[in-house]
Design a protein around this ligand. Sequence first.
Ligand code: NDP
Length: 288
Amino acid sequence: MSARIIDGKALAAGIREDVAQRAKALRAQGITAGLAVVLVGDDPASHVYVRNKAQACEKAGLYSREIRLAADTPQATLLDVIEGLNADPAIHGILVQLPLPAPLDANQVIAAIAADKDVDGFHISNVGLLMTGQPRFIPCTPYGVMKMLESEKVVLRGAEAVVVGASNIVGKPMAMLLLAQGATVTLCNSKTRDLAAQTRRADVLVVATGRPNMIRSDMIKPGAIVIDVGINRLPDGRLTGDVAFDESCAVAGAITPVPGGVGPMTIAMLLVNTIEAAERSLSHTPLL
Ligand code: NDP
């Protein structure tokens, strides 16, 4: 058996095209959707992510503003920058690239972002809305995974879904989204006893640990849908996921590659959230 490869790049291209159409329609009404990306410090990976996000915005006809701050920027200055963006009518979405350099407090910074501009979906009011089944902004990575499962026509109702990794930005919202679609969800972390016993039950397996190739083929149920969120740089410079790809292709029913899987979807969903924020600003939908 050889798994179907889920082409995140192609799927993301279609979503970006749709965003471009919506951006055009908004421009006809006098609004250019705008995203501000705040980058503090000089983490090389963060620089690459921010550049990719800005380029994707521009290609889709969105306005993008990059705000680069020195690593030693005081917390108060960063909060002032966020306040300015909250009040700026040209900006509909605000994203602060994580991780922030120490000693900056990411929780306080995220809390300062206006909830209706929080296109990353990390503000506690957006987290609470997702948790209670009334999502406003869904975090981009798990949102992209859901779109992939939708495109594969995966039946989630009653399915066994196992999520490995329980971070606030990927694993936890992922589990909530799968649960909302009727899956029976198991959320695993680094303390899970006998991880393989959990993953082998999964009809849908989502892995987001940052541990290269930790999921081996004998941990996968034959025919399972395997979504690899991990992006890890190996010592030789190559990128790899959290799932041992080649051997897993022989067992899984469908699998995402790294690169070219979840990564492009994350950026596409950021554009979707930004265009939604801009559309909402037009209709003046009140905040919940
Ligand atoms: P975090 O480091 O915040 O969280 C990792 C999670 O994995 C934690 O819950 C941790 O458990 C768990 N974990 C670690 N080791 C194991 C293990 N051996 N067995 C089971 N669980 C384990 O990572 P993120 O969620 O931010 O990112 C995860 C990966 O996804 C990274 O490779 C990152 O680069 C990638 N990523 C990719 C994105 C994309 O667009 N494709 C976007 C965001 C992230 P515990 O809670 O017990 O510590």
